[in-house]
Design a protein around this ligand. Sequence first.
Ligand code: FDA
Length: 394
Amino acid sequence: MQNYDVIIIGAGAAGLMCAATAGYRGRNVLVLDHAKQAGKKILISGGGRCNFTNVKVEPANYICSNPHFVKSALARYPSQQFIELVERHGIEYHQRDHGQLFCNDSAKEIVNMLMTECEWAGVNVQLRTEILSVEKNDDDGFTVTTSNGDFRCNSLVIATGGLSMPKLGATPFGYKLAEQFGLQVLPTRAGLVPFTWHSDAKQQFETLSGIAVPSTITAQDGTQFSEALLFTHRGLSGPAILQISNYWQSGEAIGINLLPNDDLAELMEKQLQSSPKQSLKNALAKRLPKRLLEALFDEVLLAKSLNQLIHAEIEQVCQQIHSWQLLMNNTEGYRTAEVTLGGVDTNELSSKTFESKKVSGLYFIGEVIDVSGWLGGFNFQFSWSSGVACGQAC
Ligand code: FDA
């Protein structure tokens, strides 16, 4: 039986950050992971360039049943501190829309940085290790039984992430462990995920696959995102859709504004004055792809000249383009989701240390908790911030 001060299960974003922080405090730290490689999700994130944080991170960028929970960790380890860490390691990065920061070269640099920090902090990272059981000892502390032997620790940190992308090694381990110790786990569902068509809509719209347009998407609770919308073979994707999927419940319609920066009624009125004989299709094609117009409107209507349109037809066109209400079938699920909504109930945890209020010495950090961020580097930032907060305490 090998003894450690801290065992962290999960060598992902939160686990590695926590390990280095605890290691620098002089704690004897072991990180265990069943994967062959540490930080697999980091490696594929941001199209291989890792959107590692955002210049402006606020509690409002997170979905959590207790919206105050994230405040303490984000305030104590804000994105600026992670940016400084990245700079100290000489990693070059750039800023994209909405304050998103990406590596110039490769996400590998972020994993290498975390592994280097762990090495400098004296952390032992052991991969390819199956966790067989976890028990709380009578004399405090925990025993972790693994495929590579038994380990004992005083503090046990669960950083096994959510359910998204099972191909990358995601498992429900963290939720099961929470339940084993009597902690409440809130229902989980896929987040930051594309939508799929109903079968009739599929027939109508699948030919639009590849078309991207600016949009504003509105969920039923009024949440809105203005970003690109992408038509795919299976349904809808693009940043606006991924963002709104976090606020969508099965059976709800989404509102789509395909011309968020224009007032179509005004535009059509101007066109009517300047070119009354122009067809509706040609008038609209100045703003929207023809293929999209053909899928949305009847051929006969599109062929009418602007001066032939009656008021009700103009209203119908404006309504369809500015407030298209669309019922989606479902999401693509965990297979392609970037995050998992729900998870270990934050009411069970200290927002300062991430320790369980019921089981002393047991901590949960990162995505396994009921905290999910918007697209844009917010999920990694919560992993860094919760990892550091826990690493300072465990
Ligand atoms: P994470 O999933 O990173 O790590 C969990 C670790 O636990 C893994 O190493 C896993 O192998 C291990 N594990 C799981 N079960 C285990 C078990 N039973 N036994 C042992 N080990 C186990 N976010 C962002 O901010 N910017 C971005 O650019 C992206 N991009 C992105 C792309 C894609 C395709 C995905 C799927 C996700 C993103 N994300 C993102 C989200 C981000 O990757 C995610 O929020 C963090 O990785 C969560 O960090 P954690 O450390 O909590 O879990």
